[in-house]
Design a protein around this ligand. Sequence first.
Ligand SMILES: [Zn+2]
Length: 1005
Amino acid sequence: MSYLFKEISKKWQQKWQEKKVFYTKEDVSSPKYYCLEMFPYPSGKMHMGHLRNYSIGDVTARYHRALGYNVLYPMGWDAFGLPAENAAIENNLSPKDWTIGNIAQMRYQLESIGLSYDWEREQITCLPDYYRHEQEMFISFLENGIAYQKESDVNWDPVDNTVLANEQVIDGRGWRSGALIEKKKLNQWFLKITDFAEDLSDSLDSLKDWPESVKVMQKNWIGVSEGALIDFEILTIDNIENNIYNFYNFDYKINENQKKELEIEIKNNIKSLNLNKLTIYTTKPETIFGASFIAISIEHELVKKIESYFTIIDNFLFNLKKTDKKKLNNQFNLKKTEELKKFIDECKLYYEIINKKIKKSEEIEKIGFFTGFYAIHPFYNEYPDSIQKLIPIYIANFVISDYGTGAIFGCPAHDKRDYEFAIKYQLPIKPVVKPLIQSSQEEDINSDHKSDTIISSLHKDIDYKTYKYNPIPYIESGIIFNSGPIDGFTTEDAKKFIINKLESSGFGLGKKKYRIRDWGISRQRYWGCPIPIIYCPKCGTIPVDRSDLPILLPENPDFEKSGNPLIYDDSWRVTKCHICGSNAQRETDTFDTFFESSWYFLRFCSKKDEKNLNISDLKKWMPVDQYIGGIEHAILHLLYARFFVRALSKCGYFNKDDIGGILEPFKSLLTQGMVCNMAFKDENGKWINGQDSYIQKDGSYICKKTSRKLYPVGVEKMSKSKFNGINPDDIIDNYGADAARLFILSDSPPDKNLEWSNTGIDGAYRYLNKIYTIAEDLSKKNEKIKLIDIALKIKAEYLNNKNIFNKSFNNEISYFIEQITLKNLCNPDILKKIHRYIANVSDDIKLFKINKAIAKIRELSNLYFHCESDFDKIFLIIVVIILLSPITPHLSEEIWEMFGFTEIYGMLSEIRYWPDYNKQIINESIINLPVQLNGKLKGIISIYSDMSEESIVKTAIDNISALSNTIYKNKDHNHSNNLDYEKNQIGKIIKKVIYIPQKILNIII
Ligand SMILES: [Zn+2]
């Protein structure tokens, strides 16, 4: 007898749909539970990653419904984006038709695996009833200073005359034209996420149910660093001799009169240049006593002033040269102004190399241009002995204009870039931080350089002999030395001290800096939400009037010309200004598609036909209780979503009490692991599909079809390019939705990678087939009638006493199981175990240990072979299918019906049925067992009296850290998910187990 999974799945999917069992209920008496998976881009094909993601979510949603929660579990489509546009260009289709077609296809695929979505709330972001709201949000952002426009770089394809997205630039060239991509400046729209940076970073600590790794990634991305702005006085006129002569480095000395003249010339002009102060930003103010130079970016405002200054001198010398030809003839071939221009051009070449990703910024050579100016160390007057007074000012290619103030002080002993620069230009390298604990080995490990060999000759006056032990540059924190008042401070304390000192003396102030930049949301693309802006020749750049929303994206774009079709569509682009009536132009850029996914979880709270974000709906559902998605979205999507709730709240859309008392959209986050599979190459080193291969005795892989030898490369994420993907449709077709779900959830914890295995999916199928066959057989027995009679009586009892029972029982099914137990209708040993498995499986599902829950359900089903009566068997199978129901819902419904329970209680999917367990029974069989390692007591574990020796050993290892640390000490992390491997490993290390039942366990290693 084989199990007709196709018919069964179809039957139940239809019944669920007919009865609308998954539609969100207007139920205020039950607690709410909002379960959400990151919605997909409608590529048209569901892949294994989707199947896994949604199976995890579906288990969570079904389990909470069974517990009695009022569950919101919606699904939608992140439908704007580049692939649609590319497909449209290639296949001469409209992006909309392509997208809507894909959505239909994928929705069908999702339905075929029995996901319990409320399709009534489906959202499609490329349709106006979705995107109109975000146009309004953008206008609110503008009004509240959260959106603004500025010039910014884009990738420009000079052959196609179009802007390209980053992913369309391949190795620095346009994906279609192959042309070298240029950077071009365009006016673009930005959202001020930096205004929220500090809160976005600090609030991560309040997200207790987020993976630590995601929080760390977000923190690093936001990159809050505490630093200081420091003012340096620039030395100019007082020391003209130094400045001019050192700087121009000429042998020829101009005479006293000429010098006076030059001085007057400079003095007359210098005031207007306002060259007296330079503010630098540093994240390490505590190293200020080690400052040896200042570097500014080529875009720093000082550069222009210096250029003017050079012009004055160049002109003066040029005039001098004219009158004094003989002596000056060969000396000023190259004017300083020209030298500076040449340098700036050289820097720009380096930036191009970085922009085109030919080299990383840390890999390029550091070059500098000495300006001839010096700054005075702000603390020199107070601590003349510990400080280099005059600090040369350079223009340097490694200082970026939008970092801090575009000016830094260099402390070469404690920064890699500064160090490289100082070596190159022979600047002093003065160490001021040493490690907390000195280790003689560190010296060898960390650096080839010994500090005393590189101290520049310029600073012989400072005794660095005490400094022999540190690697240079030493960039970690530590203890300050060579630094006057802060000697002996920790770097952290020193930072505070210096910031206080700067603030009290008026030389500077503490300032936090963020690595994160404002979010550029303009995309020069058609298939996105139009940005609701018009450019009026009279009124300027203005948002469209709210009453004109939505600004619809024109259908049937013309992709004949390259670039964004909105630019060529005059009937759309040209409009009338709503203020003055002049002819105006629409903004032709569209939103970054991350815009749509930044607020869709709010939209799901209301039904489709609602006008806008509805406060009472938000109150009912926000925050999302469980969010599930891939780790690849750990940074941008989650950060943007967290930013959006803050920004919308600032604009008055809601306040924090409306969305759960905290401005965070996702209470708990699960990042599911990837689905991986063995990938193969052929003899030429090309990726090849090896799914049809078998292993020979010598361990080599042979392709069944071609008999060629294949070379396994390793277990890698399923991907098209590596031909190691498995199509979920094929699996569902061959094994059924329930087996696919069971396998994909059973082999590893949801947050770890899953390795595909054909034997695994086979095993899952065989297990379900066995359960089905047993159930079908049992359903024909007389004992079934007896059980139904009992169930009917128990139900009547329950209904008669509902008010009393409601307090002690979750639901009717719990009551049923309890009554069977109390009336001793089943073998007491079997009952004991059933209650224990109910407890364990419930705990595991609650904690997302779905793989462990499945393993336990399978153990429970093996009790079947220990049951003596048919009655016991039927009762056992009922409990098994109840526990399995969130995972294999079709099969569970089928067997539930087969035993006659649907008629008594209704479909599992529409009732509250999660069973309670009898605590007393469980407690009676729990024993506290002392555990020894080599005869020494290491801890006490709780076990059940009838547990096998093997599972007791495993429990001991899992629960006593002294044991797990010893056993897993040398564990290979690549195998961390592999149970067989674990078993072997344990077997290798443990020499002997002495177990005196219920008294003591001694493990000998
Ligand atoms: Zn106007």
